[in-house]
Design a protein around this ligand. Structure first.
Ligand code: UGA
Length: 438
């Protein structure tokens, strides 16, 4: 059992704090945002993440998890300090590390005994070294600490499961003392034989960017194959399934759609491109994926226009604002590209999302937000399904058809079967499966 402080209670920090407490550690979740801590102290959860409230509640009740805004005291009381603060894109696309430096500074000022500083946030290669230098400077050369890189691989919407049952844990440090402490922190996973990778700090930092960029490239690749399938009459679902049977490829992250979004892939691909540039070389593969992804998002409007060329005065229903299901996060959501394009072409938009409307409203206050699918669809000339929420998988299609002014259904996520939908009388367009009859 280790005494741990996790600074940052966003989706990464809070899941990490709750998960580490669930492994039997004693954890303080610390944040400068008093309103978040207030919610947590009152038994609430400031973010939408399925399954998280149960884990938080269980560990608070067991006395293993507490929350505070007093970061200094939390650091002084702990041996292991996780930094899980935001690293949003800076002006040139590189990660903005100001929040990380702030945590490192507090760490330096409260170094009252040997401690480990662990970076959970996604940070450029070399940040670990810079963190060490900064802590030494700000602690008057007190070297009674180690810096570790321990990147997270949590998907929003499945973060709790990803933390408690990860594919692997990556720990970057060459310090034997820190390695031992980290093994103790993750003991509950190690005894279950979860792959546990020990490496140096720079490799751990690189593993994170390389993993996210690879997945972004993989999605973009299948999206381009889907676009070709649309033209030649192949079915991308069947193509992806058979491709995925090759163990070297794997079936995961081969779902064609409207392009990747979220707080991670767009930011991390940009940051990786910037790291390449700063080191005097280029990543043509990642650059191409980023460009193709933008085109993919805009392509949703072309799909609609292939069956409804003139959008002037038309009402379009958008189902799904979150960048993916089971989250209220709308950062870089494809809907944020599609909706303004529709408006530019003269369309009026009415939207529905099970949980992400409030988040979306901050950037798009003027849209018509509806309370359910059927209200969004009522009187619309076409509907575009943007996010594969479970509740969109079993729509009352008769009702949808009767509420639409014309039965135009654009399914960007390939939830519905094209032959079946056409039989039901819809003018149906999906992603890479357009020619169902051949
Ligand atoms: C991603 C990674 O999957 C996590 O491993 C990583 O820890 C996280 O970023 C991070 O760096 O914090 P996340 O952005 O939450 O997680 O969501 P994903 O499930 O990876 O989806 C990202 C985007 O790709 C979504 O827009 C999703 O709709 C899209 N996607 C995903 C597809 O279009 N097709 C797929 O087959 C898979």
């Amino acid at each position: 059992m280790k005494k741990i402080c996790v600074v940052g209670t966003g989706y990464v920090g809070l899941v990490t704090a709750a998960g580490l407490a669930d492994f039997g550690n004693s954890v303080i979740g610390a944040d400068i945002d008093a309103s978040k801590i207030e919610i947590l102290k009152n038994g609430g959860i400031p973010i939408y993440e399925p399954g998280l409230s149960e884990v938080v509640e269980r560990n608070v009740r067991a006395g293993r998890l507490t929350f505070t805004t007093d970061i200094d005291t939390a650091i002084r009381k702990s041996k292991v300090i996780f930094s899980a603060v935001g690293t949003p894109p800076g002006e040139g696309g590189e990660a903005d590390l100001r929040a990380v430096w702030k945590v490192a500074s507090s760490f330096a000022k409260n170094l009252n005994s040997y401690k480990v500083f662990i970076n959970k946030s996604t940070v450029p290669v070399g940040t670990g070294q810079k963190t060490k230098t900064l802590i030494l400077q700000e602690s008057g050369n007190n070297d009674n600490f180690d810096v570790v890189s321990n990147p997270e691989f949590l998907r929003e919407g499945s973060a709790v499961g990803d933390f408690l049952n990860p594919d692997r844990v990556v720990v970057g440090t060459r310090s034997k003392k820190a390695q031992e402490i980290m093994r103790d922190v993750y003991h509950a996973l190690i005894i279950r034989n979860v792959p546990y990778v020990e490496t140096n700090i720079k490799s751990a930092e690189m593993i994170k960017y390389a993993s996210n960029a690879f997945l972004a490239v993989k999605i973009t690749f299948i999206n381009e194959i889907a676009n070709l399938c649309d033209i030649v009459g192949a079915d991308v679902n069947e193509v992806a399934k058979a491709m995925g049977m090759d163990g070297r490829i794997s079936p995961k992250f081969l779902h064609a759609g409207p392009g990747f979004g979220g707080s991670c892939f767009p930011k991390d691909t940009m940051a990786l491109m910037e790291i390449f540039k700063q080191n005097g070389i280029r990543t043509r593969v990642v650059e191409a994926a980023v460009e193709a992804n933008e085109i993919q998002k805009r392509g949703v409007v072309d799909k609609l226009r292939s069956v409804m060329p003139d959008l002037e005065g038309k009402i379009i229903a958008i189902l799904g604002l979150a960048f993916k299901p089971n989250t209220d996060d709308t950062r870089f959501s494809p809907s944020k590209v599609v909706i303004p394009l529709l408006q530019e072409l003269g369309a009026r938009v009415q939207v529905y999302d099970p949980v992400a409307s409030d988040d979306f409203r901050r950037d798009f206050p003027g849209l018509e937000y509806k309370d359910n699918v059927y209200e969004a669809v009522r009187g619309a000339d076409a509907l575009i399904l943007m996010t594969e929420w479970n509740e969109f998988r079993s729509l009352d299609l008769k009702r949808v058809k009767s509420l639409l002014r014309s039965p135009v259904f654009i399914d960007t996520r390939n939830i519905y079967d094209p032959c079946d939908m056409r039989e039901k009388g819809f003018t149906f367009v999906c992603t890479g499966r357009s020619n169902c009859d051949e």
